[in-house]
Design a protein around this ligand. Sequence first.
Ligand code: UDB
Ligand code: ZN
Length: 186
Amino acid sequence: MYFMKDIVRDGDPVLRKVAKKVQFPLSDEDKALAANMMEYLVKSQDEEYAEKHQLRAGVGLAAPQVGVSEMMASVLVPNEDDPDKPLLKITLINPVIVRNSVQRAALSEGEGCLSVDKDVPGFVPRADRITIKYDDFEGNSQTLRVRDYPAIVCQHEIDHLNGHLYYDKISKTSPFDLDPSTVVIS
Ligand SMILES: CC(C)(C)[C@H](NC(=O)Nc1cc(F)cc(F)c1)C(=O)N(CC(=O)NO)CC1CCCC1
Ligand SMILES: [Zn+2]
């Protein structure tokens, strides 16, 4: 299980590297890494456990954030209506975004990051819909099409694998200006 002490913070060079592709068959270490990353997200969304262990409730976690420069990220987007049926629960291995909609989207509250302790205000414009090619645990290539909030989370995590942080994408000149055609997601 990871705790906040295990999460690498901005300033550590590992967050600015392009991570290495994961090799198949998965090593025991990589299997454990995937399990531990998803476990963090599950436990951090359990209010009682998160409170007890002072965890920030996470919807996504990328391997570089726990100090492992490999192309693996976990995503767990809860479903307000039914906690037992998350909107998206997936481990993305060697993910590549192969299609971006022209339509842009941004979270109305801006973004944050488990690895960035400071608050950086401003809209983070992203694609509203994306198609991701990734490998599953057996090494088979899979395709995932996501839109809106789950797509924002996937883009945020895949950025981590390529050394990007959310605030890199906030406009320096006008952080709260948005192209009028951008979908604002609350
Ligand atoms: C940085 C933090 C504020 C902890 C953010 N959580 C979040 O935005 N809210 C949240 C948490 C839940 F558990 C359930 C829920 F529906 C909403 C987050 O996990 N990330 C993931 C991250 O830092 N990955 O590297 C930041 C988000 C900003 C936009 C997408 C991911
Ligand atoms: Zn992040």
